[in-house]
Design a protein around this ligand. Structure first.
Ligand code: HEC
Length: 110
C-alpha cells in the first residue's frame, strides 16, 4: 500500500462517524494534493487519464478534476462510477467521499 492510499484510508475512517447523519458539515477543508487526488487515484484514475480517458473524461490533474467536479460527485452518488466491476468504495466510504468532494467544491473551488 502506498502512502497516499494509507493516508486516504486513515482519512476515510476518521470521517465515517460524521458522515452518518448526512448533514454535510465540513470538519476539514480538503486539498487537492491530499484528499481529492487520493480519492481519484484510488477509484478513478486507471480509466480516466491521458491515453485512456474513458468517456473523454481525463481526471489526472487538479484543473481537469475541477472542470468535472459536479459530474464526478453525481456519478459517485448514483453509483454509476467507479464503473461496475472495478474496485468501489463501501457505502460508508462513499458517504465520506461525497462529503469530502462537496467540502472541496464549496470551500476551495468556488
Ligand atoms: C474501469 C474503468 C472506470 C473506472 C475505474 C471509472 N470510470 Fe468513469 N467512465 C468509464 C467509462 C468506460 C466511461 C464512459 C461510458 C459511461 O459513461 O459509462 C466513464 C464515464 C465517466 C464520466 C462521464 C459520464 C457521462 O455521463 O458522460 C464521468 C464523470 C466519470 N466516468 C467519472 C468517474 C469517476 C469520478 C470515477 C471514480 C470514482 C470513475 N469514473 C471511475 C470507466 C471508468
Amino acid at each position: 500500500m502506498n502512502l497516499k492510499s494509507y493516508l486516504f484510508i486513515l482519512l476515510i475512517s476518521a470521517l465515517i462517524s460524521c458522515s452518518k447523519d448526512k448533514t454535510n458539515t465540513c470538519t476539514i477543508i480538503p486539498s487537492y494534493d491530499v484528499e481529492i487526488s487520493s480519492i481519484i487515484n484510488s477509484y478513478c484514475i486507471v480509466c480516466h487519464q491521458s491515453g485512456n480517458a474513458a468517456g473523454g473524461i481525463n481526471l489526472e490533474n487538479e484543473n481537469f478534476v475541477e472542470q468535472h467536479i459536479d459530474q464526478i460527485i453525481s456519478e459517485i452518488e448514483t453509483q454509476s462510477m467507479p464503473q461496475y466491476g472495478s474496485p468501489a468504495p463501501t457505502d460508508a466510504e462513499r458517504d465520506s467521499i461525497i462529503i469530502i468532494l462537496n467540502c472541496w467544491l464549496d470551500n476551495v473551488v468556488r
